[in-house]
Design a protein around this ligand. Structure first.
Ligand SMILES: *Cc1c(COP(=O)(O)O)cnc(C)c1O
Length: 435
């Protein structure tokens, strides 16, 4: 069991690097009969040492008494907390540079916990666009049914647009949450985190309160972007993607201050959307190689994007962060991202027909939604992940019919490039590409 969830290192000591912390942080072998790795604690309930201890543990679990400065308030029941959950939460908090973290059954469980626990009927949410499809549905359907209004802005690089969306929303009700996703899937559009902070400070000066800011950090997090360091209150991550990293589990994370997380922790405890012990154990195992995997996939994706960009006759656009040629974008990218990640899109001339021929001709890249796994994936957003989005909204976000999204995995870059070269030849006709 972890002894200290909140501080990766005791005060006064040199902080350890995340790569180091991922190997053993949060597990004390002495508390697990010497096991070098934490076992899976398949246990729905936990025995109290005495009736008095049970009462004291319950006061903490129910939020009636504060958690002690060191450790937890005692384990009570698997829906509130369990050892494997505590381990991955300690590690996620270390990765995100957060005081604490909550881990949930999926990325959408994390996002819905963050939104439902933070908003009340009649309140407003302001959000960037495009958003992940599930988030779009949650805001547009479920939250709307609970009387929460939504206002979107399209240009995440414009503080003016953020400010005017905030004012529009404030005219309709109290603005409870400012929600962003950056980079946004599948076009790698960025939201300027410094501009968000400034827009919210201006808003607070005028209206006397500051909406809670939440950032979906799935595409670059937790390695290549740390929104908490740029003034964002809560970070949500689909751990299903890079952190799980092997396409064999679903999970979600929320990181932030203990205070901001308190109402979310209660929401999770009552709705029961915590991650189960087996998946938490798999996730802890994946975290040990997170740095190796993300850096390797990123380097391979950069090589693949460079190769694709070298064939401008047939590939119209390569929407990889290193190839987006816009001065405002480049400035924000340099300021808030430490890497490009390994998910990006290309736009083929020839629309959907060419995109389908291309996808069907690929042999190594599997045609599936999701991203961040060890295997490379290809997907056609306009007909799959974004098919529910109105065509004009899709076009406004750059999700055109010729756009194909790649998630680069851990295969050798030469094999991936050879596969892409073969498929481009099939899709665009012979002579299109010389590998
Ligand atoms: C996949 C994803 C989610 C949702 O995660 P699930 O684990 O599938 O619920 C949320 N946001 C982004 C950006 C994603 O890619």
């Amino acid at each position: 069991m972890p002894d200290s969830r909140r501080h990766p290192t005791p005060p006064g000591q040199e902080p350890l690097h995340p790569d180091t912390l991922m190997v053993s942080h949060g597990h004390d072998p002495a508390r697990a009969r010497g096991a070098i790795k934490m076992p899976v604690y398949h246990s729905s309930t936990f025995v109290f040492g005495s009736a008095e201890e049970g009462a004291a543990f319950f006061d903490v679990a129910a939020g009636r008494a504060p958690a002690p400065a060191e450790g937890d308030g005692g384990l009570v029941y698997g829906r509130f907390d369990h050892p494997n959950l505590q381990l991955v939460e300690a590690r996620l908090a270390a990765l995100d540079g957060a005081e604490a973290a909550l881990v949930t059954a999926s990325g959408m469980a994390a996002i819905s916990t963050a939104l439902f626990a933070s908003l009340r009927p009649g309140e407003q949410i302001v959000h960037s666009r495009p958003l992940y499809g599930g988030t779009e549905t949650l805001i547009g359907k479920q939250l709307a049914a609970w009387g929460v209004g939504a206002t979107a802005f399209d240009d995440g690089l414009s503080q003016t647009q953020m400010a005017s969306a905030l004012e529009t929303a404030a005219a309709r009700g109290r603005v409870g949450v400012f929600f962003i996703e950056t980079p946004a899937n599948p076009v790698n559009a960025l939201v300027d985190l410094a501009a968000v902070d400034a827009a919210l400070s201006d808003f607070a000066a005028r209206h006397g309160y500051r909406p809670l800011s939440i950032c979906d950090n799935t595409l670059l997090g937790p390695l290549f972007q740390q929104p908490l360091r740029h003034g964002i209150d809560l970070v949500v991550t689909a751990l299903t993607k890079y952190v799980g990293g092997h396409s064999d589990l679903l999970g979600g994370g929320i990181s932030g201050s203990v205070e901001h997380l308190q109402p979310l922790r209660q929401w999770r405890s009552t709705t029961g959307c915590m991650l189960d012990p087996q998946s938490a154990w798999l996730l802890a195992r994946s975290m040990e190689t997170l740095g190796l995997r993300m850096r390797r996939a990123e380097a391979t994706a950069c090589a693949v994007a460079d190769w694709l960009a070298g064939h401008p006759r047939h590939v119209i656009e390569v929407l990889h962060p290193e190839h987006i040629d816009d001065a405002r974008y480049r400035a924000v990218y340099a300021r808030q991202c430490q890497g490009a990640g390994s998910t990006f899109s290309l736009v083929l001339g020839g629309g959907q027909a060419a995109a389908f021929r291309f996808i069907n001709a690929l042999r190594l890249f599997r045609s599936a939604v999701s991203l961040g796994g060890s295997e490379s994936l290809v997907c056609h957003p306009a007909s799959t992940t974004h098919s529910g989005v109105a065509p004009e909204l899709r076009a406004r976000s750059g999700v055109v019919d010729g756009l194909v999204r790649l998630s680069i995995g851990l295969e050798h870059e030469d094999d991936l490039i050879a596969d892409l070269a073969g498929a481009l030849t099939v899709a665009l006709g012979p002579g299109a590409v010389v590998p």
